[in-house]
Design a protein around this ligand. Structure first.
Ligand SMILES: [Zn+2]
Ligand SMILES: [Zn+2]
Length: 271
C-alpha cells in the first residue's frame, strides 16, 4: 500500500507538463496518500553543459528560489491534509562532485527530502544523457563497444554516486537504480548485472540510504519494468533498505505509475 509518493516533478521541469502543484496534491489526497515529495530536476552543476539536443534536462537555477518559496506555501496550505515535502532530484555527474557539493551546501537547508540520480555518463571526456532517447543510448553503446559496456559504465557511475562524499546535504535516496534498462527491449544486455547491483545495494545499506522504487519504466514502451524490478526490490527490502515509492510523474496523469507491478512482498516506506 502506497502512502507516500517520493518522486514527483512539476511545471518547473522544462520537459514536464504545466500541471500545478495543487493539482498533484489534490490527486494525492483523493487517492489516499498521506504525503508526497516534489523532486524537480535540480539545476545542473555550474560549468556543466546539458548535452541533450533540447537542453531541457533540468530547471534553471534562476527559478530555484521561486520553486522553493512556492512549495513552502503549498506545504503550509496542505499541512493538515497532506505531508508535502520539498525536494530535488540531484544529478550525480562524474567530474562535477565539487560543484554539486557546493550547490547542496547552498540549497540543502531548504530541502526536506531529495533523490540522487545518474542520467549522464562520461565517455572519453564527453557527457551523454544515457536515458534521453534510444538513439543516445545507441551512441553510448557504439562508443563503448557494446550495450553491456553501457550497463557496466552506468553501474560504475551509480556506485560512485553512492560512495562520493557530497557534504552534509547529500540526498539519502538513490534514484531509479536500474535506469540503464529503459530501452532494454531494443537494447538488452547479454549478461546479468545482478552482482554489480548487489554490491551497490550493500553500499546503500551501509550508508543508511533509501531506494527510490520507481514506477516510470512501466510506462516506457521499451522498458516495461519498475526501477528496480520486483526481485531486486525484494532483495533490497530483505537487507533492510527502505523502499520509497516514486511515480516519477511529470504530469498528474503519471502519478501511481507501475503500482500494479510493484512487489507486494514488502512494505513501502515514507521518507
Ligand atoms: Zn524528468
Ligand atoms: Zn530521474
Amino acid at each position: 500500500m502506497i502512502k507516500h509518493d517520493g518522486h514527483i516533478h512539476s511545471y518547473y521541469c522544462p520537459h514536464g507538463s504545466s500541471d500545478s502543484f495543487a493539482q498533484y496534491c489534490e490527486q494525492a489526497i483523493q487517492k489516499g496518500l498521506t504525503g508526497i515529495t516534489f523532486t524537480e530536476h535540480a539545476p545542473l552543476p555550474k560549468g556543466f553543459i546539458d548535452p541533450t539536443p533540447t537542453m531541457d534536462s533540468a530547471m534553471d537555477e534562476r527559478h530555484l528560489t521561486s520553486y522553493i518559496e512556492e512549495l513552502q506555501a503549498i506545504k503550509s496550505y496542505y499541512k493538515s491534509k497532506l505531508n508535502v515535502l520539498i525536494g530535488l532530484e540531484i544529478d550525480f555527474v562524474e567530474g562535477f562532485e565539487l560543484e554539486t557539493n557546493q550547490f547542496l551546501n547552498t540549497y540543502g537547508p531548504f530541502l526536506d527530502d531529495s533523490i540522487l540520480s545518474v542520467h549522464f555518463l562520461k565517455i572519453e571526456d564527453i557527457y551523454y544523457c544515457m536515458d534521453y532517447s534510444p538513439d543516445t543510448f545507441k551512441t553510448c553503446s557504439d562508443l563503448l563497444g557494446s550495450v553491456d559496456h553501457v550497463y557496466q559504465l552506468y553501474y560504475e557511475t551509480l556506485k560512485k554516486s553512492v560512495q562520493t562524499n557530497l557534504g552534509t546535504f547529500k540526498p539519502t535516496r538513490i534514484g531509479h537504480i536500474t535506469l540503464c534498462e529503459k530501452f532494454q527491449k531494443k537494447y538488452p544486455a547479454t549478461k546479468s548485472y545482478r552482482q554489480d547491483i548487489q554490491t551497490i545495494l550493500s553500499l546503500i545499506h551501509q550508508m543508511g540510504y533509501q531506494l527510490d522504487y520507481n514506477g516510470a519504466g512501466t510506462l516506457k514502451p521499451l522498458c516495461g519494468l519498475t526501477y528496480p524490478p520486483a526481485e531486486i526490490a525484494e532483495a533490497a527490502s530483505e537487507m533492510g533498505i527502505p523502499l520509497v515509492y516514486g511515480s516519477d510523474a511529470h504530469q498528474v496523469k503519471g502519478m501511481f505509475s507501475g503500482v500494479d507491478m510493484l512487489s507486494t512482498n514488502q512494505s513501502l516506506s515514507s521518507p
